[in-house]
Design a protein around this ligand. Structure first.
Ligand code: NAP
Length: 334
């Protein structure tokens, strides 16, 4: 069975190799084996290769935390899933970037026939993360949301979901091509932070009031400076640290601003801690997809062999939206 493996930490193009080895273990009680058709790539796959992911598993690692495929083997208790087309989020270090993967049936969701395998692989992690980030922030219609890295996977998902809930969205992104992508995706204002100071631009755009919610996948100084963008009782949701960890927050600053900071880690916790809420979120996401409000932003489809190079582009911020790996030949758009 072919799979991508990183034996040591490093840049994806340097450490990922296509290995042909023994297959996955047979599914045990409560598990299924899935023939992988497509895999959605995420920035955290880059972090996994580098060894910098906060919940880093030991090497060797097969990256890939979301896939679309078909159940080809079942263990005791999962027989009803035999032959079902699914979306799944495997557990590391045995990630999705291989021909088959064995995982807990609890991490598998039947895929509606209206969603093709390419869109399906681009949906789970970014949309579920954005969904719970906005839920934890208490999003309501009419509020204003500031989304950083608005042309990235999480950023695009957060923008679409906030717009679908009746909110106004302001995005930040690096460069005119990315800000154009943000506006096309529904942002009322997209700030090129390389050209303009985003705190000043947000203050001006909101008449000095600030935004109700910030969704921050970037971290570092972006996190810290975002506190200056919050309105009265504003909420900042930290979902990632693509640019590095933020410096410590002074509680006095939160008190002075009546601000709330929320941390969110979806894949490591929600499928286990709130499985019914995750199932409900999938149902809502599938309905929004059918209505055209959720549009997975697939910008490129690559083969397993091309994946290390594609991940180098992801690491270098050259990509917008989502990259999807087509593992099986038959995984075409329907
Ligand atoms: N909490 C969770 O459950 C969860 C789930 C999924 C992802 N995440 C995290 O969310 C973050 C974004 O993930 P994603 O999949 O949306 O990534 P993505 O599509 O690759 O977008 C990341 C964007 O972040 C911006 N960025 C700022 N500083 C950067 C730097 N030093 N290196 C690279 N990019 C930088 C870039 O946009 P500009 O060029 O516009 O600045 C880049 O395109 C990652 O940290 C990821 O680990 C968290």
């Amino acid at each position: 069975m072919r799979r991508l493996l990183a034996d040591r930490p490093g840049e994806p193009a340097d450490v990922l190799r296509l290995a042909d080895g023994p297959g996955e273990p047979a599914p045990g009680p409560g598990e299924v084996s899935v023939a992988v058709e497509t895999v959605g790539l995420n920035f955290l796959d880059v972090m996994l290769c580098r060894g910098t992911y906060p919940l880093q598993p030991p090497f060797p690692v097969t990256p890939g935390v979301e896939l679309a495929g078909r159940v080809v083997g079942t263990g005791p208790g999962t027989e009803a899933l035999a032959g079902v087309d699914v979306i799944a989020c495997p557990t590391l270090p045995r990630g999705a970037l291989g021909e088959t993967v064995t995982l807990a049936a609890a991490l598998v969701t039947p895929r509606p026939s209206t969603i093709d395998p390419i869109d399906a692989a681009a949906l789970p992690v970014t949309y579920q993360t954005a969904w719970f980030a906005l839920e934890r922030a208490g999003l309501a219609a009419g509020q204003t949301v500031l989304v950083h890295a608005g042309a990235g996977g999480v950023g695009i998902a957060a923008t679409q979901l906030a717009r679908a809930a009746g909110a106004e969205v302001i995005c930040t992104a690096g460069g005119p091509e990315k800000t154009a992508r943000c506006r096309a995706n529904g942002a009322g204002l997209a700030i090129d932070y390389r050209a303009d100071d985003f705190v000043t631009a947000v203050r001006e755009a909101t008449g000095g009031a600030g935004v109700d919610i910030v969704i921050d996948p970037v971290g570092g100084q972006v996190f810290t400076r975002s506190l200056d963008c919050l309105a009265f009782e504003g909420r900042l949701v930290a979902v990632g640290a693509a640019d590095g960890n933020p410096p410590p927050v002074d509680p006095l600053r939160l008190i002075a601003n009546n601000a709330t900071v929320v941390g969110l880690s979806w894949g490591s916790a929600y499928p286990w801690a709130r499985p019914e809420a995750v199932r409900e979120a999938y149902d809502r996401l599938f309905a929004l997809h059918a209505a055209g409000a959720v549009r997975p932003p697939v910008s490129q489809v690559v083969s397993l062999a091309e994946t290390p190079t594609a991940m180098a582009d992801l690491a270098a911020r050259r990509t917008t939206g989502k990259l999807v790996v087509r593992v099986a030949d038959g995984a075409e758009r329907s």
